[in-house]
Design a protein around this ligand. Structure first.
Ligand code: AMP
Ligand code: GLY
Length: 434
């Protein structure tokens, strides 16, 4: 028996969003797992089978390490990007603890856009042309010189809000002013990547990595804009679906042009990427381009992906940690899943707090409600606590069926100021050509 197949494992999940609830839900289904702890968790992880919350912040590494030691946690799984960027994995390694996620050095693929673009350039991975600037004057001059340079990205983490896709030079100037002069992103915005604006459909591809071998998970797509028809401000994600219907057309090309060279690049890198690598792809004239890397599971893509995963996730996480991913395969259900995010109507500017949530206590098997911004009151009643409140997932034999299951469940949930997009996965052709 290896540590991966040891029974009665205790798992710690770090984070408190819908992604973490989905991870806890899937981990708790493993016959190898006795108990899942979520730090700090939310109202959903407080009430999931075999799962309990631990009141430790995702940024309090000494307390997380102490908890893992005291409780005999077999494996810790990290949700949020900032914990990875700040070195939570290194803190666990320093104490000889097992943890699923990349080290601080490897997480630079997400925490520095300049680093990730330079990595892609060095290893000849397909990505948009770019240049890196530390001051707005030179960045603006580059935009003025190249009509294709119309995307401006702040270098550091920015809660998904640090990317400006511009139509005009004036918009580039406004973006640079906001970043450098209004200092909207603080330290994250002292450096920018200016890149070529590409056009085409987008796919999120999450990939398991042990540093040597990559296993792509099923395709998915998220909806970033706040309002129907992809209008309004960018958000942390208003919905998602999996699989992307015509992804199979691209699958071979992505394997050959992205995944094979990416695996080789990761093998050669001076860091070892163990964990989940999220590859944001855009298909440009039938060729896949990498828009971005994230060093962790996507949110809300994870919420529609994990209900489709047939394989036990625990051996897969251990295989990433142990470097044995080449001995594994990943099995999927032949279904589709759609996730509709319920938010406060004031989101993304503001969240909601303390509003009572009413919904059925039992859902049919084809509905899963993952919690994001929820909390339990003293009397165990459920209330809002955040901008994105609930993630309603419908699972069905096809995308249209999964969509109507998800929206049927949305109709049964109520809280004051509840809002959602009404077009998630309904017109996939539209979102594929956004
Ligand atoms: P990122 O966080 O880098 O994925 O960027 C967020 C979103 O901005 C992406 O999902 C795309 O919709 C858009 N985007 C990023 N880079 C580009 C690009 N080079 N050309 C066009 N759109 C882009
Ligand atoms: N859905 C994109 C992300 O998690 O950053």
């Amino acid at each position: 028996m290896t540590r991966a197949t040891t029974p009665h494992q205790k798992i710690l999940v770090i984070g408190s969003g819908g992604r973490e609830h989905a991870l806890c839900w899937k981990l708790a289904q493993s016959p190898l797992v006795d108990r899942v702890y979520c730090a700090p968790g939310n109202g959903g992880t407080a009430t999931t089978d075999k799962t309990q919350n631990v009141p430790i912040s995702a940024s309090d590494f000494p307390a997380l390490v102490a908890f893992a030691k005291d409780q005999g946690i077999a494996l810790t799984v990290v949700g949020p990007d900032n914990a990875l960027a700040d070195g939570v994995v290194d803190a666990f390694h320093a104490e000889g603890l097992s943890i699923f996620g990349p080290t601080q050095a490897a997480a630079r693929l997400e925490s520095s856009k300049a680093f990730s673009k330079e990595f892609m350039e060095t290893h000849h991975l397909p990505t948009a042309r770019f240049a890196v600037f530390d001051n707005p004057t030179e960045a603006y001059a580059y935009c003025a010189q190249h009509t294709w340079a119309r995307v401006i990205k702040v270098d550091g983490l920015a809660l998904g809000k640090g990317v400006y896709v511009c139509d005009t030079l004036e918009q580039c100037q406004e973006a640079l002013q906001e970043i450098f002069e209004a200092n909207r992103f603080g330290a994250s915005g002292q450096r920018v990547v200016v890149e070529e604006r590409l056009h085409g459909p987008e796919v999120s591809l999450m990939v398991l990595s042990d540093g040597q071998t990559l296993i792509p998970l099923a395709s998915s797509q998220d909806f970033k804009r706040r309002f129907d028809g992809n209008q309004g401000p960018n958000t942390g994600g208003m919905g998602s679906y999996s699989p992307v219907p015509n992804y199979s057309v691209w699958e071979d090309r992505v394997a050959k042009q992205v995944l094979t060279p990416l695996a080789e690049a990761l093998r050669q890198a001076d860091f070892t990427f163990k964990g989940l690598l999220y590859v944001g792809l855009m298909m440009v004239n039938d060729a896949p381009y990498i828009l971005e890397f994230n060093a962790r599971f996507g949110d809300p893509e994870t919420q529609c992906l994990l209900p489709r995963l047939e394989s036990d996730i625990v051996p897969l996480f251990w295989a990433c940690v142990d470097g044995t991913l080449d001995q594994h395969e990943v099995i999927w259900h032949a279904n589709a899943a759609v996730c509709v995010v319920l938010t406060a109507d004031t989101y993304p500017q503001q969240g909601s707090s303390g509003e009572p949530i009413t919904m059925p206590t039992q859902w049919p098997d084809d509905v899963i409600v993952f919690h994001a911004g929820t909390a339990l009151n003293q009397d165990n009643s459920l209330v809002t606590q955040g901008g994105r409140i609930l993630n309603v997932v419908g699972v069905g034999p096809s995308l249209p069926e999964a969509t109507s299951i998800a929206y049927g469940a949305v109709d049964q949930i109520h809280f004051t100021g509840m809002a959602c997009r009404t077009d998630i996965a309904k017109d996939v052709a539209l979102c594929l050509s956004k």
